[in-house]
Design a protein around this ligand. Structure first.
Ligand code: PLP
Length: 391
C-alpha cells in the first residue's frame, strides 16, 4: 500500500531536482521537518472510512501579536496541549479549510486549485480577527506536508488524502477579546469514495422549515467553525428514523430560497421549453453561500458545455420553483457539490409534507461534470492552467 514517489515527482518548474536545503528556514514555505519514528499503520484500502484515519504528520505554525508568525514545522500528528480557557474553544474563534491531495497516473501527488482554498482561508481569518497569512507560502508548506506523508495518499479513483488547514485563537482568556495568539495547523486524514462507484443512486433531502444556516449579512460565506455547530441538530433529526433522510436542504427567507445542501453547494438542472437545459445554483452576491471550489470549478466546466445545450445561471431558486419543476417533469437533475463527496445526486426533496422526486441515478450532466472534474483532479486530463498542482 505504501509507495515511494517516483523521483520525477520532485522536479521544479525548470525541470531540475529540488535542492534540499541543509537547514530549513522554518518559514511557511520551508518548514522544519521533525519526522516521527513510530510510523502509524495504514488501513487496507478497502477499509478506509472518510476522515477517520489520520496521517503521520501535520503542519504547525504559531503566531503572536508581538512577534508575528513563528517557526513553521512539520511534526508528528498528535494531541495538542491547549488551555481550558483557550479562546478558540469557548468563543469559537476558529476557521478551517477542506482540500485533497490526489495520486496521479505517474504516482505523483497533486493538489487541486489550492490557491482558491488559501484565498478563502485568508478571508475567514480576517473575518474573525485572526492573523493574515502568505497564501502562496502556505500552499508550499502544504505541498511539503503532502510530500512528507506521500505514502498516505491512497491510490485509486475516489481515494485521496483529505487536508484540513485550520487556525484558532490559542490564548488563555476567559473574557471576550481580539486574539493575541493563534495556532495554525494542517492535519490530514485518508478519504475513500463517499459513494461506491463514484456516485450513489441519490440522496434524500429534508428541506429544513425552521432553522436557517446562513443569512445575508451573516458569515455563511466564510468557513468559520461556528457555522457548523448549529446545523448538527437539524442533520441529526433529518437522519433519524423513521424518515432517515440523508441530509438537510437549507432554505432562507419567506420565499424559501434554496441555499445549500448539508455542507455543500446545491445545483439543479431544469428543462427549458425549447429542450435545452439550465444549470442553476444560488448566487454568491447575497453573502449566505459558501463559495465552493467545487461549485466554481463545475460552473466553469458547465459553461464550456453551452454548445451541447446547457446554460448556466447563478440565480435565486425557490422551493416552490423547484417543486413545480419536479411536478412538471422539468427537474432533470439536482445534486450537492463539494470537495468531500464531489457530486452527490439528489433523489428527492421532502418539504412541507410532500416529497418531490428527481431521479434514481446520476443524470447525464452530473455524470459528465463529475468525469471531467475528477479527471483533472487526478491528473488524467489537463485542466485550465493552475488547477492541478504537483506536490
Ligand atoms: C466547504 C463547504 C462547501 C464546499 O466547498 P468546496 O470548496 O467545494 O469543498 C459548500 N458549502 C459549505 C457550507 C461548506 O462548508
Amino acid at each position: 500500500m505504501s509507495r515511494v514517489l517516483a523521483s520525477s515527482c520532485y522536479r521544479t518548474a525548470a525541470g531540475g531536482q529540488i535542492r534540499r536545503r541543509k537547514f530549513a528556514t522554518g518559514t511557511f514555505d520551508d518548514p522544519i521537518v521533525n519526522l516521527r519514528t513510530d510510523l502509524q499503520p495504514k488501513p487496507e484500502p478497502g477499509t478506509i472510512v472518510f476522515g477517520r484515519t489520520m496521517s503521520d504528520h501535520m503542519f504547525r505554525c504559531d503566531w503572536t501579536a508581538e512577534e508575528g508568525w513563528g517557526t513553521a514545522h512539520i511534526v508528528p500528528h498528535e494531541p495538542l496541549a491547549v488551555s481550558p480557557a483557550c479562546l478558540g474553544l469557548h468563543l469559537g474563534i476558529s476557521c478551517f479549510e477542506g482540500m485533497k491531495a490526489y495520486r496521479d497516473p505517474e504516482g505523483c501527488t497533486r493538489l487541486f486549485r489550492p490557491d482558491m482554498n488559501m484565498k478563502r482561508f485568508q478571508a475567514s481569518l480576517q473575518r474573525i480577527a485572526l492573523p493574515t497569512i502568505d497564501e502562496a507560502a502556505l500552499v508550499d508548506g502544504i505541498r511539503a506536508l503532502v510530500r512528507t506523508d506521500a505514502s498516505w495518499v491512497p491510490e485509486g479513483d475516489g481515494f485521496s488524502l483529505y487536508l484540513r488547514p485550520m487556525c484558532f485563537a490559542s490564548e488563555a482568556y476567559l473574557g471576550v477579546g481580539v486574539p493575541q495568539t493563534a495556532t495554525l495547523l494542517v492535519a490530514c486524514a485518508q478519504a475513500a469514495p463517499y459513494f461506491k462507484g463514484g456516485m450513489s443512486g441519490g440522496i434524500r433531502l429534508y428541506a429544513e422549515p425552521a432553522a436557517v444556516r446562513a443569512w445575508p449579512g451573516g458569515v455563511g460565506s466564510h468557513k468559520l467553525a461556528g457555522n457548523y455547530a448549529p446545523t448538527i441538530t437539524s442533520m441529526r433529526d433529518a437522519r433519524a428514523p423513521p424518515n432517515s433522510y440523508d441530509d438537510v436542504l437549507w432554505l432562507f427567507g419567506d420565499d424559501r430560497q434554496i441555499t445549500e445542501v448539508g455542507s455543500s453547494n446545491f445545483v439543479a438542472v431544469l428543462a427549458n421549453n425549447d429542450g435545452s437545459a439550465e444549470l442553476v445554483t444560488a448566487p454568491l452576491s447575497r453573502g449566505d453561500i459558501l463559495p465552493g471550489v467545487t461549485r466554481d470549478s463545475l460552473l466553469h466546466l458547465a459553461r464550456r458545455m453551452g454548445a451541447d445545450g446547457l446554460s448556466v445561471s447563478e440565480r435565486t431558486l425557490t422551493m416552490s420553483e423547484l417543486a413545480s419543476a419536479a411536478d412538471g417533469g422539468r427537474l432533470l437533475e439536482a445534486f450537492g457539490c463539494g470537495t468531500a463527496a464531489v457530486i452527490s445526486p439528489v433523489k428527492s426533496v421532502s418539504f412541507d409534507g410532500c416529497e418531490y422526486f428527481c431521479r434514481e441515478s446520476p443524470g447525464p450532466w452530473a455524470q459528465r461534470l463529475y468525469n471531467e472534474l475528477t479527471d483533472i483532479q487526478y491528473g488524467r486530463a489537463d485542466g485550465p492552467a493552475g488547477w492541478s498542482v504537483r506536490c
